[in-house]
Ligand binder design. Sequence first.
Ligand code: AMP
Length: 214
Amino acid sequence: MRLVLVGSPGSGKGTQGDTLRQVLHVPHISSGDLLRVAVADGTPLGVEAKGFMDAGRLVPDDLVLGMIRERVALEDCAPGFLLDGFPRTLEQAEKLDEMLEGVGAGLDHVVALDVPEDEIVGRLSGRRLCTQCGRLFHVTFSPPVDPEHCDDCGGEIVVRDDDQEETVRERLRVYAEQTEPLLEYYAERGLLRRIDGTGSPESVGERVLEAVRG
Ligand code: AMP
């Protein structure tokens, strides 16, 4: 199954992506995670991407497209994949269609997680990240035992650079302007499944699975 997850920052794409990966046995490909690894490793892609990410802006399409093209071509994507955070612009969506047409394997569903903006701001401002293993916590919903260290690996817990309040506002603006038009693009193609993204991660997960298993 070939799926795309769309939703504003903080809508739960990462959490739902993880569940879908386990249930559907397809790789969960998060463009944000791939970019963060590239930044941490100091690769040429990471060096170019970092400034855009820290400012809450989108990384230029050519960089992201090259990264996704390479990832989707790997063997483990043959049975399907779940894209999270990509595509994020109409141009990326068109390029993805071309990529998939080339191998004769179109998308099955595009799942959009709908969460009201007030709730998004609350979720993102409480989000914390382990600098060592990448585990996400939330000060209210899933707090670490020790507020400064990761439960799993003991690494330092920080606010992600782009979860700072100013940057969050910019990311939400960029989402509304550049990514929301994708909903119509995929609705016209009969691929869009809109899901209520509020409530517990488990209940959202059930709705998502119901929609994609249809
Ligand atoms: P995320 O973890 O999905 O919120 O992504 C974090 C940041 O990575 C975004 O704010 C962008 O700067 C960058 N990014 C992730 N995916 C894309 C994409 N498809 N196109 C452009 N930039 C992206």
